[in-house]
Design a binder for this molecule. Structure first.
Ligand SMILES: CC(C)(COP(=O)(O)OP(=O)(O)OC[C@H]1O[C@@H](n2cnc3c(N)ncnc32)[C@H](O)[C@@H]1OP(=O)(O)O)[C@@H](O)C(=O)NCCC(=O)NCCS
Length: 146
């Protein structure tokens, strides 16, 4: 089941975030998204009464932006990422968006494959977009028209 993220989900979301990302968002980043970002729509995927995935979609008029998406590592490669992508595309459409965009590390093969399978294309490369511990990595900018 995919439902709106509640504040009480944050412990589970933070567990997934920390397992999935070296440069994980902090709890205060999620607090901001929930309480203060008027463009953010946050949803969680619940399996066996446990939050195992989520996404944060920024809806800004005709454009939607995938700000974050993750699935708990032990639940990956079972189609849940695809389920979240289909759901966010539906939400983007319901909000009247014409495009969905996102950035992804050029080394993130799993995510890039998922996005390509959902009709996203690389439109350019952003050099040194990701910085962590003094190292830089390029990002692909990917887009899909809906
Ligand atoms: C990117 C991410 C969200 C994808 O989630 P996922 O749940 O693994 O995605 P899916 O299961 O839908 O698809 C992944 C693969 O599983 C395969 N798969 C789907 N259902 C399957 C099933 N029932 N049995 C076996 N394989 C299956 C898909 O075909 C796909 O294979 P491919 O990568 O070889 O094409 C996940 O890898 C993740 O959280 N990564 C860390 C966070 C991250 O990098 N987020 C993106 C930031 S831009």
């Amino acid at each position: 089941m995919i439902r709106k993220l509640r504040h009480s989900d944050l412990d589970q979301v933070m567990e997934i975030e920390e397992k999935c990302f070296h440069d994980a968002w902090k709890r205060k980043d999620y607090e901001y998204e929930i309480n203060d970002n008027p463009y953010a729509q946050l949803w969680v995927l619940v399996v066996d009464d446990k939050v195992i995935g989520y996404y944060d979609l920024w809806v800004t008029f005709e454009q939607a932006e995938v700000a974050n998406i993750a699935v708990l590592p032990e639940y990956q490669h079972r189609g849940y990422g695809k389920q979240l992508m289909k759901h966010l595309e539906q939400k983007a459409m319901e909000n009247g968006c014409e495009t969905i965009g996102l950035e992804v590390r050029v080394s993130n093969a799993d995510a890039i494959r998922l996005y390509e399978s959902q009709g996203f294309s690389v439109i350019n490369t952003k050099p040194g977009y990701y910085k962590s511990n003094g190292t830089y990595e390029d990002a692909y900018r990917m887009m899909k028209g809906i």
